[in-house]
Design a binder for this molecule. Structure first.
Ligand SMILES: Cc1cc2nc3c(=O)[nH]c(=O)nc-3n(C[C@H](O)[C@H](O)[C@H](O)COP(=O)(O)OP(=O)(O)OC[C@H]3O[C@@H](n4cnc5c(N)ncnc54)[C@H](O)[C@@H]3O)c2cc1C
Length: 385
């Protein structure tokens, strides 16, 4: 059972009228990545989330391994998975990746990230939306203002209007169970079977003493509980500890129409279509946003310049997102025998290296491996597209 640590009752004091130099809404992957970039900047950085940091996992927690060292969170890793297996009704293909996945513990990863956010203050508060016309955010603990605001609140994009709502939004849905499992496997398994889910896929991610088994649907109107239960039962696993959410599959503007608020991670549609992988991209764009915010607080850039640069950086990835979305729409319509044959080709190492190399390049861990530019230090072209 999840133990809720979030402040209740008397501990939930009013913050009405409070202000900060930078307000980061959302303390998951994107929010923490951005906050980490502001550590030690001297700015008053306030981060809000409706839950305590790391309290409520938002994913199956599989990450491209090299990103764990970029973020300094290796200690949260549970199992390395150098292979992927793709199963269709007409066969199974095991692919050796040119990199590896690692499953991790969400609470531990968030704790490790937050430990790097020196001087960043955190408060639990539920964000309702932007205060009309202002640089302020309304929460259940009052209105908080800041000249620099980042929405890292996930798919709801709370600080924009109108809010994105399924099923009309370009959004997918996923649900998984986390049974205990003595796992010695070395692969992240994907099932592409229409009898399981019409337009989507199933997965299993070994994570040490448990496995995360679930189903995602690109079609938000299709339900995922029944397929998730069916997949887990078929694989002989207990159906316990459900976890699910929506995740976007199309980029949205990374800066609000009035140029006042930045968006990073799922709030900007940064979750990659087809794979539904959004942790790596939330880190990638969260860092980019954090570096631009830092450039403003250190006086190296005006807000308008920094926000425009970040917006352009996000938009410069539109081609890759469009290509992946095209594949996401195409794959469920490929005749299953043809799909099985195509996956056998992907098994060939040069093909796997090329396809998965391209995939990694879209948010490559090397991009932000170097520390961010600081005042008085020659700046690396942080957001060169
Ligand atoms: C079932 C499932 C499995 C997935 N598995 C993977 C995977 O293995 N690997 C991968 O890369 N991607 C995976 N994804 C996608 C991934 O979870 C998201 O893309 C990723 O979490 C996006 O990170 P984020 O920081 O933008 O948003 P989130 O992780 O969604 O974080 C948003 C934060 O904002 C807070 N929040 C939301 N609303 C409010 C509010 N009103 N007030 C205050 N706080 C609020 C939340 O509590 C949360 O902490 C999966 C998605 C699903 C649904």
């Amino acid at each position: 059972m999840t133990v809720r640590a979030t402040k209740r009752g008397a501990a939930r004091t009013s913050m009405d009228g409070r202000d900060a130099d930078v307000l980061i809404c959302g303390a998951s992957f994107a929010g923490l990545a951005a906050a980490r970039e502001l550590a030690g900047s001297g700015a008053r950085v306030l981060m809000l989330d409706r839950y305590e940091v790391g309290e409520r996992a938002t994913s199956a927690c599989a990450l491209v391994t090299p990103w764990a060292s970029v973020m300094g969170v290796e200690a949260s890793l549970r199992q390395e998975l150098p292979y992927m297996r793709f199963t269709t009704p007409h066969g199974s293909a095991r692919v050796r990746l040119p990199w590896s996945w690692s499953s991790f513990d969400y609470r531990e990863l968030c704790r490790l990230l937050f430990a790097q956010c020196s001087d960043v203050e955190f408060e639990t508060a539920k964000v309702h939306g932007r205060a009309p016309g202002g640089l302020a955010v309304e929460t259940d603990r009052g209105t908080i203002s800041a000249p620099l605001i980042l929405d890292a609140l996930g798919w709801r994009r709370m600080l924009d209007t109108p809010h994105v709502q399924p099923p009309d939004a370009l959004i997918s849905r996923g649900l998984e169970v986390h049974p205990r499992w003595d796992n010695s496997g070395d692969e992240l398994h994907c099932w592409v079977e229409r009898s399981l889910i019409r337009r989507g896929y199933g997965w299993s991610v070994p994570a040490g003493s448990e496995v995360r088994v679930g189903v995602g649907s690109y079609e938000p109107r299709d339900h995922v509980k029944e397929p998730t239960v069916a997949l887990a039962s078929r694989e002989g696993m207990d159906v316990e500890r459900f976890q699910g959410n929506w995740f976007p599959h199309a980029l949205r503007p990374a800066v609000s129409d009035d140029g006042m608020v930045l968006f990073a991670g799922d709030s900007a549609g940064h979750c990659f279509p087809l794979s539904g992988e959004g942790i790596r991209t939330a880190f990638y764009f969260g860092i980019a946003a954090g570096r631009e915010l830092r450039a403003v607080v250190e006086g190296r850039s005006s807000r308008a310049e920094a926000f425009a640069r970040y917006g352009a950086f996000s938009a410069s990835h539109a081609g890759a997102y469009r290509r992946a979305l095209r594949l996401q729409r195409l794959v469920p319509d490929i005749p299953p025998r043809l799909l099985a044959a195509a996956l056998r080709v992907v098994q060939l190492q040069p093909v796997a290296d090329r396809a998965f190399g391209w995939y990694l390049d879209q948010a490559h861990p090397g991009t932000f491996a170097a520390p961010p530019p600081r005042r008085g230090v020659a700046a690396a072209p942080a957001l060169a597209a």
